[in-house]
Design a protein around this ligand. Structure first.
Ligand SMILES: C[S@@+](CC[C@H](N)C(=O)[O-])C[C@H]1O[C@@H](n2cnc3c(N)ncnc32)[C@H](O)[C@@H]1O
Length: 225
């Protein structure tokens, strides 16, 4: 049974105690949600310095994670619903979560409701039940979230033993633009080092990874207990 079969779409799911980075706050604006799909379609190509359309990203994810029909996945920080849509078309059930109501509204219009529940929450403290999901996708949400260590601990808690975690994020380059965007007053973004990410995931094994320019893709599997 789906442990979160009736997610509530209300502001009550957003924990007001949690801080938000400027980058997170910018996602609450309807204008950001309107423009995000156009950015997302080209962003990995620009950030990796090689042709990387969404089709290539979907193929990479599907080839490594092999999501199976009937599995229950969390798309953490779904934005336009890219990973949610890929998973739904693979026959999975998906909880597509985001703290931005305009992002969720746009994604719902784009991807529909077939196998996808759209859920407004801050995933640093969603209160969702432990070990709910067979797999979790995190497409760049790690860069934006206020407390990336807490966020990863939550993704770990929500995944069942033996389950998968798929990460796509901008890794640390040490460049001046990253330093600027990390400033709390500007973006508050985090550009993690893959070794730091691995330290946040005790009890997980990294099975696959690819670095393309600044963009890091990683597949982790939670050790079955
Ligand atoms: C870079 S975008 C993600 C793009 C999307 N995952 C993809 O691959 O196309 C980050 C999204 O995560 C959401 N977000 C950031 N921090 C979050 C959090 N703590 N809980 C829920 N959503 C979050 C933002 O609102 C934004 O829509």
């Amino acid at each position: 049974m789906n442990p979160v079969s009736s997610p509530r779409q209300s502001q009550e799911n957003l924990n007001p105690e949690l801080g938000l980075t400027p980058a997170q706050r910018s996602n609450l604006w309807p204008m950001t949600a309107l423009g995000y799909a156009a950015w997302r379609a080209r962003s990995i190509t620009w950030l990796s310095g090689q042709p990387f359309p969404l089709e290539r990203e979907a193929k990479l994810f599907l080839g490594l994670c092999r999501p199976r029909p009937g599995e229950f996945w969390l798309d953490a920080g779904t934005s336009t619903g890219f990973y949610a849509g890929v998973l739904a078309r693979a026959g999975c059930r998906v909880l597509a979560a985001d703290l931005s109501a305009p992002m969720l509204a746009g994604a719902r219009r784009r991807e529909g409701e077939g196998n996808i529940d759209w859920y407004l929450t801050n995933l640093e403290a969603s209160g969702l039940p432990e070990a709910s999901f067979d797999g979790v996708t995190v497409g760049a949400t790690l860069n934006e979230t206020h407390d990336p260590a807490r966020f990863l601990a939550e993704m770990s808690r929500l995944t069942r033993p033996g389950g998968q975690l798929w990460l796509m994020y901008l890794g640390r380059t040490g460049g001046p633009l990253q330093r600027l965007l990390s400033l709390p007053a500007l973006g508050g973004l985090t550009f993690p080092d893959p070794a730091w990410v691995a330290r946040q995931l005790p009890g997980w094994t990294r099975t696959d990874w690819l670095r393309a320019g600044a963009v890091v893709f990683e597949r982790y599997v939670k050790v079955a207990t």
